[in-house]
Design a protein around this ligand. Structure first.
Ligand code: ADE
Length: 234
């Protein structure tokens, strides 16, 4: 297969989710734009731009748009940790997004379905098929339990059973986090292929406030390992 993704952008919300990529970049150069650091370097035969965007959809959107305009990546991957929604997901299992949704986008008062992205008039944004395949293959090669599913994003840390059930049922989502939907939305607007990989840090339930700080760093490392493998395949 001819490698068409030569320049790859990687975005994560937190330092623990991107450090394992950032520190491996060869010949790194750093630029700060609107308070976000972009580290550009070489890794696994590609040019990689790694950025820690910060938590939530606005930071993720600002970072994604800036990355597109400044570095013209061939694709963008959002990685990090997530709350598990699908049955039987364990901490450190991986969810690879087939689609992303924004669970807190709501113009239902105007008669729209919850989650509709007004203007582009879709709820689910599809991830790039080649990126999805490369992520699945990478998880297989590293023997990491993984599943493909919808990832739901919103500006909320999901920490109650009630929130969990709503997002799971309304969007048939496998995992929830706070950035992937915004990265996907911005990529969709500029037709940049994108993918989202998340490692489960908690169950997005009443125990999440304890589970997240205990498991996030370890879970983040699992996703980082898969990203390294994916860069070799992609
Ligand atoms: N990222 C990791 N766990 C999460 C949760 N429970 N809610 C939102 N984002 C998360």
């Amino acid at each position: 297969m001819k490698k068409k993704y030569k320049t790859v952008g990687i975005i994560a919300a937190m330092q623990i989710e991107i450090d394992g990529i950032r520190e491996k970049l060869q010949d790194p150069t750093v630029e700060t734009i609107s308070g976000i650091q972009y580290v550009r370097g070489h890794l696994h035969g590609k040019t990689v731009i790694a950025a820690k965007c910060g938590v939530g959809k606005v930071f993720a959107a600002v970072c994604t748009q800036t990355m597109i305009l400044r570095y013209a990546p061939d694709c963008i991957i959002n990685t990090g940790v997530a709350g598990g929604l699908a049955d039987n997901l364990q901490v450190m299992d991986l969810v690879i997004a087939s689609h992303v949704v924004q669970h807190d986008m709501d113009t239902s008062g105007l008669g729209d379905p919850v989650g509709l992205l007004s203007g582009i008039d879709i709820i689910q944004i599809p991830c790039d098929g080649e990126i999805v395949s490369a992520l699945e293959r990478s998880a297989q090669l590293l023997a990491r339990p993984h599943m493909l599913g919808v990832i739901a994003s919103g500006d909320t840390f999901v920490g109650t059973k009630q929130q969990r059930l709503r997002i799971r049922e309304q969007f048939h989502a496998a995992a929830c986090e706070m950035e992937g939907g915004a990265v996907g939305h911005v990529c969709y607007l500029s037709q940049i292929p994108f993918g989202v990989l998340r490692s489960i840090s908690d169950g997005a339930d009443d125990a999440s406030g304890m589970a997240f700080p205990a498991f996030a760093a370890k879970a983040a490392q699992t996703a980082v390992a898969v990203i390294h493998q994916m860069l070799e395949l992609l």
